[in-house]
Design a protein around this ligand. Sequence first.
Ligand code: NAP
Length: 337
Amino acid sequence: MRQVWIPRIGGPEVLEVREAPDPVPVAGQVRIAVEAAGVNFADLMARQGLYPDAPKLPAVVGYEVAGTIDAVGDGVDPSRVGEPVVAMCRFGGYSSSICVASIQATRRPAGMDAHTGAAIPVVFLTAWMMCEVFGRVRPGDRVLVHSAGGGVGLAALDLIRWRGGTAFGTASSGKHAVLRERGFEQLIDYTQVDFAEALKGEVGLDLILDPVGGASWAKGLSLLRAGGKLACFGMSSNATGETRNLLTVLRNLWAIPWLATNPVALINANKGVVGVNMGHLWHETERVTGWLGEILALWETGVVRPVVHAAVPFAEAAEAHAILHRRENLGKVVLIP
Ligand SMILES: NC(=O)c1ccc[n+]([C@@H]2O[C@H](COP(=O)([O-])OP(=O)(O)OC[C@H]3O[C@@H](n4cnc5c(N)ncnc54)[C@H](OP(=O)(O)O)[C@@H]3O)[C@@H](O)[C@H]2O)c1
């Protein structure tokens, strides 16, 4: 098989393709011939040495794949061989072949190609946790989506609209036309305008999805109405360039509203703060697989509209990461073995 390795901390150029023997599925596993692997912001942060959950380097990262089952281990129904699937994996997704627990491989609906399949699990499950599990978006809810043009932002938009909520987004201005077309009610170019200023004086927000972190969380809290929740799911403000900058990390840690998010302060403000980390849900695989099934069913009805910004060959993996660093992507980047 072929894999994309992160040999050491560094810029996108450190990524390298290596050959390795094909894995053999053990009891309870299926092996997937990978046709596309999703690239996530966490992969970049792992390469930069900024992701606490990352495997020790050198490592193969990658949280999601789509492909076809080509072998099964003991105890797995042999008729699964030949089944088109999408799967989440605990790293190792940047591989042309991967073994995962049978339950983690979910049948890909008829008509869904592998590029689309690989663009779904991480971003839609993250959005699902925030909008469905924590946020419980209802008709009329007002939801602010940061990094609206990213994979998670676009996934969240689909779920918010499905539930009858109104979505506001922050994104750089080059993305606004497409995002408005897809259904955002209002877009704020956060590079030019302070989003808290732009939304001040409105009724207040019911839910904010914030992967930026630091000062952005503090501002978000001030925009919530009573009963509103801030969903924290990342610290992209730590990844300002292609390599890490420890001063930026310290500055962002300092800017976190530690005092305003303690339970007593939240009681008095009638606000909630929740956290989401898809990488810490492996003990809930059955539940997460159930959500993925619901998401795939919503794809069949047209509610879920995954966006593949680029499909990049393994040999150009550095470019796949660079696209995300340059913030060019509208939706997902996938790697092709
Ligand atoms: N906790 C979890 O389980 C979980 C799961 C998935 C993702 N996440 C986090 O959620 C965030 C977004 O993920 P995603 O998959 O939607 O990412 P993505 O597709 O790469 O999109 C990120 C977008 O965020 C904006 N952005 C803001 N700050 C940025 C920065 N410092 N570097 C690069 N882009 C930046 C850019 O849009 P503009 O041009 O508009 O600036 C960019 O297009 C990431 O921080 C990621 O780590 C967390």
